[in-house]
Design a protein around this ligand. Structure first.
Ligand SMILES: [Zn+2]
Length: 285
């Protein structure tokens, strides 16, 4: 059974695409095994006894009384990628989504926290040799600044321009994308929160209902170890000093609120509360 959380009248369900142990060093180069072992509370959920970090790539389905939103769409099937482990995947993600009660046609909103490879993949699927929107009845919400930055990059030869071309452009061409601001109110219970630094227009997703609150992080934090080391920027952070500033600001605010923090790459149990731990923070699950 997929993990689920109740936030007032809203339900959040985790649909896993891939889980991995130890493959995270290229994302968080300072999180060596030795350094991770020093953060005792990471075990057993977020690191193993060797200090290897556990991570997950999953989508989160947010059901409000009026909307059915999928937040971040993982890597996707059949896509050619620079990273071999993510190239030409054939996972059961869509079947698992449907088995959890969410046929792709029933999704009315797709929300991308940012436009990196592991957040836009299932925006499209391969049908008769062409990339088609996976969620034909949805509006796809993307940050205006984020979209414009990556559209510019897609014209350059650097990086992996295929990501925009196979996972964003076809949705744009189908007229399904709404460009929104970083504090956009999606519906009564859901709004975007700017958490810049990882990418130029990165957002997190705040859910507030019936006095309860949750925050879907996106990638301003990749792994709970960064709560103990907010200065550990990810190797793929666009602006590491801005992302560090965002982490410090967000962790301090979250530690003073009962907000349930749902990590976009946190291994199970995936959600918890940020609490102070001396000068820094930890996740209480
Ligand atoms: Zn990511």
């Amino acid at each position: 059974m997929p993990l689920k959380w109740i936030v007032g009248d809203v339900t959040v369900t985790r649909i896993v695409e891939l889980e991995a142990v130890g493959g995270s060093r290229f994302i968080l180069p300072q999180a060596t095994r030795e350094a991770s072992l020093e953060i005792g509370w990471l075990q057993p959920h977020f690191a193993d006894e060797m200090g290897r970090l556990k991570m997950s790539i999953h989508a989160l389905v947010v059901e409000t009384p009026g909307r059915r939103i999928i937040v971040d769409t993982c890597i996707g099937n059949d896509k050619q990628r620079e990273m071999e482990a993510w190239s030409h995947l054939r996972t059961r993600f869509l079947e698992d989504l449907e088995a959890a009660g969410f046929p792709r046609e029933s999704i009315d909103t797709v929300l991308c926290t940012h436009l990196h490879v592991d957040h836009v993949g299932w925006n499209t699927m391969l049908v008769d040799g062409a990339w088609q929107p996976t969620f034909p009845n949805a509006r796809y919400l993307m940050g205006r600044r984020e979209f414009e930055y990556w559209r510019g990059e897609a014209d350059e030869t650097a990086g992996d321009p295929m990501i925009f071309i196979d996972s964003v452009q076809p949705v744009w061409d189908a007229g399904l994308i709404d460009l929104v601001e970083t504090d956009h109110q999606v519906c009564g219970e859901v709004n975007l929160v700017p958490t810049l630094g990882h990418t130029p227009g990165h957002v997190s997703v705040r859910i507030a209902s019936g006095g309860a609150e949750a925050l879907i992080t996106g990638d301003f934090i990749h792994h709970p170890c960064q709560l103990a080391h907010p200065e550990w920027a990810s190797s793929v952070d666009f602006d590491p000093s801005a992302s560090t500033e965002t982490r410090e600001r967000m962790f301090a605010a979250l530690s003073e609120s009962p907000t349930l923090v749902i990590g976009t790459h946190f291994a199970a149990p995936t959600a918890g509360r940020v609490v102070r731990d001396g000068e820094v923070f930890r996740l209480e699950v």
